[in-house]
Design a protein around this ligand. Sequence first.
Ligand code: FES
Length: 578
Amino acid sequence: MPEHTDPTEAPESAAPGYNGRSAVDSSRTSYGDVGFSRYLRRAFLASAGYDDESLERPIVGIAVTSSDYNTCHRDMPALLAAVRRGVEQAGGLPMDFPTISLGEILTSPTTMLFRNLMAMDTEEMIRALPMDAAVLLGGCDKTVPAQLMAAASSDIPVMLEVVGPMMTGSWRGERLGACTDCRRFWGKHRGGELDGAEITSVRNELVTTAGTCTVMGTASTMASITETLGMMLPGGATPPAVSGARLRHATETGRRAVELARTGGPLPREVMTRAAFDNAIRVLAAIGGSTNVLIHLIAVARRAGIELTLSDFDTIGADTPLLVDCKPSGTGYMEDFHRSGGVPALLKELAPLLDLDHVGVGGRPLRELVAETSDREEWQATIRPLDEPLGAPGALAVLKGSLAPNGAVIKVSAASPHLMKHTGPAIVVDNPADATRILDDPELDVTPDHVLVLRYSGPIAAGMPEAGALPIPAKLAERGIRDMVRVSDARMSGTSYGTVVLHCDPEAAAGGPLSIVRDGDMISLDVEARSLELLVEPDEIARRLESFIPPVRATRGWQKLYQDTVLPASEGADLSFL
Ligand code: FES
């Protein structure tokens, strides 16, 4: 029998974790006196079949992000069922609730504009609804960062579970998958190598199953980072969406969530420590992960009370080589990474560089997990040994200079070696929507030495779309040119590649130096020296900046709140009051 047979009389308790009293009874929802409020809640729950015995159990809230607009999450109902099964097996009560779902492909103008909104939604629902622990189901690019941000602001145990990567397809015998190959084949089409019928037939093989993009794009990177941070049970980043391994991991997560609900910890801030972030930065370098993750990790750390800066990525990543052979930095796909052992096998290789005392939601130190992981064998070729890396340290580099006084980012591992030191004249595009018109103009005076500049695409101006990898001008693409130096205050997809300098801070809309670049100005990139310079006299730069006119801003709604309070990219682009 329940300890409190009359739930309306249940005592208040400040003890952490489930202590025999239903979270339903400690809810702060009030309809007058405390007893009546509890009575009313149980009356409505009874209408949904929840009897007093059900409500004795620890409640695990499960955030669901299914949406017809988010095809990556289309198998989430099965994932949810698996988590619920685990919760019930462990004696808990699963209660799922919806939050915003951000599907990368159909959300305008960019999912990044809504990452913070999703983080707020998730955080507030965790706080508002009665639950003793939460499992957050995500996957597509911005969903996991938003959920980690929400978790960092939460005061109950939280675990993440992702939908997992999709499987690869095949076209004319060539293996391919979203979305590095989407861009590669589109580049061939623009260059005249593939006709309309061929590119249409490629299209049907790029995204073959449910799940997140199958290369080391932002979704796969964030999944790997979440596992490294310890916010997901070991082995959760890489099982394919359609696999039984994915469902089994979800069930294990459900069971573990009940244990966390009973003990009341560890809390997300106790998991996401400085050591966890340092380990995550090393993994980011070793997987050649997405540049977007710099922004996301800084935002999550800020909420967890950890001061993380762009320089940390440069210094910590500087002695961490590229080990994982996945596109866009390598040749393989997430299913290869998974078959090679996934994140646990990678952490074993990286062990000499990691803080092995870190403890995640699984409750055991990384040292034990590494010790239990089998030694790498030759066939696990997607993960290279530390002494025979795939690429040199420094997969991601942070640049500074007169064009980005507060920093900019380049993914060296996916760039062209011959462009790592380059000086050329600028061609300026003010708006991503104008890019194709300007760059495909047959009259455009452009050579492979030009530097393509995209501006007014930072957080304030446009929510920071993934527009930084500007297309190679058509007349050069037709000549077989596949890469040029590109510079912007935008982001680029984690699946993109090329010599693309991103996140220039301050952004043009905030009066940053990008705003005063003119066609023909010389720009110098030197990755080894970590510099990005506008080769215009300082007096002339100052004179041009004096006449800067800020662009018009939104006057209502989310976009106004966002534009008025968003932090710069180098500070995580969260809202300043969060
Ligand atoms: Fe969802 Fe790539 S579009 S992960």
